[in-house]
Design a protein around this ligand. Structure first.
Ligand SMILES: [Zn+2]
Ligand SMILES: [Zn+2]
Ligand SMILES: [Zn+2]
Length: 324
């Protein structure tokens, strides 16, 4: 079969969501070779930086996407957008960002905020998704601490679902759904794992993953650029605590995914409340929870314990092993 270059968004008319399709391969791949491509002094990194945001070498989205072919039946759209790699520290040998100081994590978060402010002016994108994958168990091959950003021309499906449900709640009750959840968790405390001046971290009542932690600002805000440096510094503090806890729950560091959920880049979403979601995916040490038949095929998660029990375990670890 002839290799035809394809880089496009394909619309799934059955589920009503976009799939990013690309077979474009960079000729100079980022591969763990004899040197680390993210360390200071590598061809693309240079020296003299604390945090570095680079364009991804394998972008699913591009500023000059190949125009999709027209189909009579199916819908496609250009894969316009940007994919970045955030190199969080020049230090190669730390295991995770929870090994960094609050001040170092603060600089990472400020860099992401600045990047988001730059991207807000591009009228062709609507969403800024920051995420972090940790652990070779979930396919992270480069061990140098890094995370990613996708700036997309569509609102990611999970965010869209949150927007729809929180908008419905707001229309009915004239209150923010997330603020109400925060109040319940602040008063109840059985699922809370950490609380700081400006933030709260807890396992949701409806957690999907074994150690799923949501971190919310206590004030009602929609996007990262609304936060001042004091609140971002405190964000760094609670992120470090929670990730430290996730790392130390078992004797082996737990693989996890972390995503920042915010309102879209344009439009008013007063009913929405930004937050971080972290999915720690060990059920017990070395045993991954898989999104298998029921979860991927059916769409509903099974939880083999209770979020309250997992919160109790995680809270104890954070309180005893993760002080600053
Ligand atoms: Zn490195
Ligand atoms: Zn709120
Ligand atoms: Zn969310």
């Amino acid at each position: 079969m002839e290799h035809k270059k394809v880089q496009e968004l394909r619309w799934d008319p059955v589920l009503g969501e976009w799939v990013m399709v690309s077979n474009i391969r960079d000729l100079r791949p980022w591969q763990p070779q004899s040197f680390c491509p993210f360390c200071p002094g590598a061809p693309e990194t240079g020296v003299g930086w604390d945090v570095l945001i680079l364009k991804n070498r394998f972008p699913m989205l591009s500023e000059e996407p190949i125009l999709p072919e027209k189909h009579e039946f199916y819908s496609t759209a250009p894969s316009y957008g940007k994919c970045y790699v955030v190199i969080e520290t020049p230090k190669h040998d730390i295991d995770d960002i929870s090994d960094l100081s609050t001040a170092e994590i603060y600089r990472v978060l400020e860099s992401i905020k600045k990047k988001q402010e730059e991207e807000m002016v591009d009228p062709k994108v609507v969403y800024f998704l920051f995420f972090r994958n940790k652990g070779k168990e979930i396919g992270v091959s480069l061990t140098h601490p890094h995370s990613q950003i996708y700036v997309t021309p569509f609102i990611p499906s999970k965010i869209l679902r949150e927007l729809i449900n929180s908008n419905k709640y707001y229309s009915k009750k004239r209150r923010c759904l997330f603020c109400d959840i925060i109040n319940v968790e602040r008063n109840g405390k059985e699922r809370t794992v950490a609380i700081t001046d400006h933030w709260i971290a807890f396992l949701p009542f409806y957690a999907h993953w074994p150690f799923e932690v949501h971190i919310y600002p206590l004030t009602h805000v929609q996007v990262l650029p609304q936060l001042n440096s004091e609140v971002i510094e405190d964000m760094a503090r609670i992120v470090r605590k929670v990730l430290c806890g996730i790392k130390k729950v078992f004797e082996k560091p737990m693989p996890y995914m972390m995503t920042l959920h915010q309102a879209p880049l344009r439009g008013t979403y007063k009913f929405y409340h930004m937050h971080i979601e972290i999915y720690g995916i060990y059920r017990v040490v070395g045993k991954l929870k898989y999104a298998a038949g029921m979860e991927t095929g059916g769409g509903n998660f099974t939880y083999d314990s209770t979020p309250e029990e997992a919160a109790h375990i995680l809270r104890n670890i954070i309180d005893t092993k993760c002080e600053e």
